[in-house]
Design a protein. Structure first.
Lengths: 210, 158
């Protein structure tokens, strides 16, 4: 039981890990990994409840809950954090979000592999003291999310992006600043689940009302 | 998933068939009380199967999912030469996006991973590019306007 308490203490620290994208746009009250994971799990539950989704509810919820716990030691990374594209002056960071960052195929693969390895190492450190059964389950669920091994893993990966888009729209509305185009573009290149495409279409209607 | 066609590459088909056979063997051993295959006893963290040890319901759902894919798949192949000027599944497409250069491969949903340049043919961008040729300009405005200009189309699949 001591080991599990240690694990609970550690994941509690995720409430202090601020999501990097919100730092880069200078959000006043930037959401943390806990904020994001909580809403992602709620969204997954509600959206996966549609019978057409035909998903294993327990599995999608577990994936949603653990998908970002690796960020405790690895930190949160955005596509803007790779290949030195961030200007030194933080005042210029929000402008970057007008465009989705584009890289060559080799650079994309390198940043994907580097991020994956860093997060895997962090996750293994975090779960190292858990009983073998739990350790294996968490690692398996995370790999499913990372690699899209099952329809459950692929669904949560897409909800993760949609939650981020929703948060970006909320920040845009609160700050009355740019709508941060990049999140729309990134979402349209990733999401292909029919339920989530409908959800995004509704979000777009809300967005156009402004 | 009923009635849906899954577009997959030869590599993905091989991978799915292997997983399917291993899961069937595992399910058989589990239900007959035989010893699990060695792969499941390993202390190594096996990525794809380890959680099935405790969850027979999910194991069966995964077997059904793969069976459905294997019954409803189409292999992604290069189109005939005269049709290779159009974007289709398997195409490697070079584009200008609002002045920035990028490159995508159009794949089916099972293999999509935009982080490494693989875009699903069912995503808004993948769908919009299909059927277009070099020089075409595609405008996606849902709700922000993004302009994709096709610079090059190439097929490398067998």
């Amino acid at each position: 039981m001591k080991d599990i308490i240690k694990f609970f203490n550690e994941i509690g620290e995720l409430r202090k890990v601020i999501r990097r994208g919100w730092i880069l746009i200078g959000a006043k009250e930037p959401a943390t990994v806990v904020d994001h994971s909580f809403r992602t799990a709620i969204m997954v539950w509600m959206l996966a409840a549609d019978k057409k989704a035909n998903l294993n509810m327990e599995r999608v919820l577990k994936i949603a809950l653990i998908h970002d716990i690796c960020e405790l030691y690895a930190g949160d990374m955005t596509p803007y954090d790779f290949h030195s594209i961030l200007p030194k002056d933080p005042k210029k960071w929000p402008e970057l979000f007008d465009k989705w960052p584009r890289f060559s195929k080799s650079k994309k693969i390198k940043s994907f592999v580097d991020k994956h390895e860093k997060e895997k190492e962090s996750l293994l450190k975090l779960i190292s003291s858990l009983p073998a059964k739990l350790k294996k389950e968490i690692f398996n669920l995370w790999l499913d999310y990372e690699k899209g091994l099952t329809k459950e893993g692929r669904f949560v990966k897409q909800v993760n992006r949609v939650e981020t888009l929703l948060q970006a729209l909320e920040y845009g509305r609160e700050s009355k600043k740019q709508p941060y185009r990049s999140w729309w573009v990134g979402t349209e290149e990733l999401v292909d689940d029919p339920i989530l495409l409908n959800f995004i279409a509704e979000l777009a209607k809300e967005f156009n009302k402004k | 998933m009923d009635g849906k066609t899954f577009y997959i590459t030869k590599e993905k088909l091989k991978e799915l068939k292997k997983e399917y056979e291993e899961l069937l063997e595992f399910e058989h051993k589990k239900t007959t009380g035989e010893e699990a295959p060695k792969i499941f006893e390993s202390e190594d963290l096996n990525p794809e199967f380890i959680s099935f040890q405790e969850d027979i319901g999910f194991l069966r759902a995964r077997i059904d999912e793969i069976r459905s894919i294997l019954e409803n798949y189409k292999l992604i192949k290069s189109p005939l030469k005269e049709k290779q000027c159009f974007v289709n599944l398997g195409a490697k497409v070079k584009v200008d996006i609002d002045g920035q250069k990028d490159e995508f491969i159009i794949v089916g949903t099972l293999e999509a991973n935009p982080a490494i340049g693989k875009i699903s043919n069912e995503s808004p961008v993948g769908k919009a590019l299909l059927g277009h040729k070099v020089g075409d300009i595609i405008v996606i405005s849902s709700p922000v306007k993004t302009i994709y200009k096709i610079r090059n189309i190439k097929y490398e699949v067998n």
